[in-house]
Design a protein around this ligand. Structure first.
Ligand code: ADP
Length: 245
């Protein structure tokens, strides 16, 4: 459903993504792990089409910058960028218009209810706490019902209720066939959710491993992470763990 092939992104002399290739199957949750500066956000911004890069990225078979791919793709950025002069409700209207959504009111209300924003609908962007901003950010990303969803550090700043709700939603979306890539540097935050992990370090994918393969191997996600980023596998040029499907 999402195919990244030989992606390289440089910022001047910094190589943020180095020949990155992987494939995500429909109806799966992949957790993208890596220390700060590993290249996770750059990878996500490349997939969503915000950056120029070398390599090929397709979504549902369409090149990622085409209208067809954009219809399938959703992105929840790490930093919410809200409009100070729009209310919570108006932010959702804005997305609905941008995506030409019809009949979105029930979904909007459901998202507000689940993320406890129903009584905040008239508040302006700059009146919201950090946590509320992040909740609205998530609602905005989910409103169009994307088939491929990228979430950049989505749990940061959320309260326990919102974290529980987000995890439930991700499970529901997976059951409905949505493909998700969730980046985080907090391993515990994804515990039971994931089907596959991509571990990135210094711009490269160091492991591409399914949950099944890791369980057979008898290692935890945390053990794999440290083996790959701090063990022999963490050295430049070391072979990648697992295989790119
Ligand atoms: P992560 O999301 O894993 O923390 P990033 O993708 O943000 O990593 O960063 C990867 C590398 O690219 C880092 O060395 C970072 O300093 C660099 N980088 C990220 N964004 C820019 C930018 N806009 N200009 C220059 N360097 C950048």
């Amino acid at each position: 459903m999402l195919n990244v092939s030989h992606l390289t992104k440089k910022y001047g002399r910094t190589v943020a993504c180095k020949d990155v290739s992987f494939h995500l199957a429909p109806g799966t949750v992949t957790v993208l792990l890596g220390p700060n500066g590993a290249g996770k956000s750059t990878l996500m911004k490349s997939v969503i089409g915000f950056l120029r890069y070398e390599g090929d990225i397709t979504v549902g078979g369409y090149p990622n910058k085409t209208v067809e791919a954009r219809r399938l793709l959703g992105y929840i950025p790490e930093m919410p960028s809200l409009y100070p002069n729009l209310t919570v409700s108006e932010h959702m209207e804005f997305i609905a218009r941008a995506y030409r959504l019809s009949g979105y009111q029930p979904r909007k209300e459901e998202l507000f209810r689940r993320f406890e924003l129903t009584d905040k609908q008239k508040k302006f962007g700059d009146e919201l706490s950090k946590g509320m901003q992040q909740k609205l950010n998530i609602c905005l990303g989910l409103l169009p019902g994307p088939k491929v969803l990228l979430l950049d550090e989505p749990m940061i700043g959320l309260d326990p209720h919102a974290i529980k709700e987000l995890k439930l939603l991700l499970e529901e979306m997976r059951a409905a066939g949505c493909t998700m890539l969730v980046s985080t540097h907090i391993i515990d935050s994804v515990d039971m959710l994931w089907d596959k992990t991509l571990i990135m370090d210094r711009g490269a994918i160091r492991a591409d491993v399914t949950r099944e393969a890791l369980e057979k191997d008898g290692r935890t996600l945390e053990q794999l992470f440290f083996d790959v980023t701090e063990g022999a596998g963490g050295q430049d040029g070391a072979p990648q763990e697992g295989h790119t499907a």
